[in-house]
Design a protein. Structure first.
Length: 145
């Protein structure tokens, strides 16, 4: 139970902190890095991928610090890692199709997330974007057919 609780905490904290970081840091002082995600590129990598390296490094650090006793740090690191894998599958594979494996969702929860992310990319400017979360997005995107 302890492992599940702290893994869930790590996962949820990533969604919450990810929203905040995306809105106020990536679309703020670190826009020069993040803007590469809002610009078309044929490259499999973009400068924005540095954010994933940073978050992955935090997960690895927590796992290493907690592996000896399997304490809360280990399990929070596992939760952050699970978020990272989920993010990669949902954001990079399904939404942006950086690896073409899934088809565009037509209904349900994934279609709502897809629409919210499309709304986020409606502009390639620093200001004017909406919907900064990945899993928790405004309800209005789920009501469209």
């Amino acid at each position: 139970m302890y492992a599940i609780l702290f893994s869930a905490v790590g996962f949820v904290l990533m969604e919450i902190s990810g929203w905040f970081i995306h809105k106020f840091i990536m679309h703020g002082p670190l826009w020069n890095i993040h803007k590469t995600h809002h610009q078309h590129s044929d490259s499999p990598f973009e400068l924005n991928d540095l954010f994933s390296v940073f978050f992955g490094s935090m997960a690895i650090l927590l796992i290493v610090l907690g592996v000896g006793t399997l304490d809360y740090r280990f399990w929070i690191g596992i939760g952050i890692s699970a978020y990272g894998v989920s993010y990669f599958i949902l954001h990079d594979m399904l939404i942006h199709r950086r690896i073409r494996f899934f088809k565009k969702p037509k209904s349900g929860y994934l279609a709502g997330i897809f629409r919210a992310h499309q709304a986020h990319h409606f502009t390639n400017k620093r200001d004017g974007s909406v919907s900064f979360g990945l899993f928790l997005v405004p309800k209005k995107y789920f009501n469209k057919k």
